[in-house]
Write a new protein. Sequence first.
Length: 346
Amino acid sequence: MKLGDTVTDLLGFTLAEMGDYFLSQGFKKFNAAQVFDWIYVKKARSFDQMTNLSKDLRQFLENNGSIDRLDIKQHQISSDGTRKFLFGLPDGVSIETVLMIQDYGMSLCVSSQVGCNMGCSFCASGLKKKQRDLTPGELVAQVLTAEDAALTKVTHVVVMGTGEPFDNYDNVIRFIRIINEAKGLAIGQRHITVSTCGIVPRILQYAEEPIRSNLAISLHAPNDELRTRLMKINKRYPLAEIIDACRVYFEKTSRRVTFEYLLLEGVNDTLAHADELSDLIRGLNAYVNLIPYNRVREFAYERTDMTRAMAFFDRLMKRGIAATLRKEQGGDIDAACGQLRLKADS
Ligand code: SAH
């Protein structure tokens, strides 16, 4: 393959789409299952490894297709085993992806865009405007490249890296369908979570998707006045609309929504805020994931200390709201939530 040729990124196809593609090129539909197996199960890195394909098909793929991994520009390993990758893309931009060791498996946090336009006041990812959306193939390549580099199998995927997944909706949904393919990576729908800052029409659309991956919503404040100060998207989609959309989501999917709630010292972390939050989400089938704030040097926010965080947690529980306190990982290599950013050279 030469630079400048138009190549088809095979990583961006679901199995059915790959079958249609092969048919349209004069090959057989069933070739897709073979190629899927080579890419995702046998982990072939080149077409000449795909020995059960006809010579013609291999030659065709050599000339027209790509299964390229991403270019690893940096690979850092934290003291807790968390890995952060800086991946370079062909057009010169770069993205970050984080691989975490969990009790239940290996969880990968993928980026959905290069930069982010949501402009949340506490998040490093929004410091640089969105340069572009990531393609489905680039999303899939984050998984394959991380698996190769860490010699592991990714069992869980969270779309919580840089970018707003619901601002790149179609590509993210296609990505989920691809990694969920039983003949491919076979990552279960309950092992995939998309996190949004609250783009209401997309929450409603997500409720209709046949693949029932999990939904997390970055709430971070229990009233509109405070939430708008923290997250400008709240002007467009205020809390009442988000809560209504969650109700619809639950009616359609019977799946519990996760509300992420960042604890910012002296800003949103008093017991009065916990009470207000309980009232806001009472009756919804939801739970709150409390996130300790990770410092971002450009912002003045401070992390709530553990005693106060526990008091907030207890208060929610006392008021009948299920909650968890997120374990922090990868803080020493700036791989924790909200610390992913566009590098200066990209
Ligand atoms: N745009 C999506 C997904 C990316 S952010 C969203 O908003 O949900 C993933 C999560 O990390 C969000 O809940 C986000 O609010 C949170 N986050 C952002 N900055 C953070 C920080 N500095 N410390 C901890 N969490 C942060």
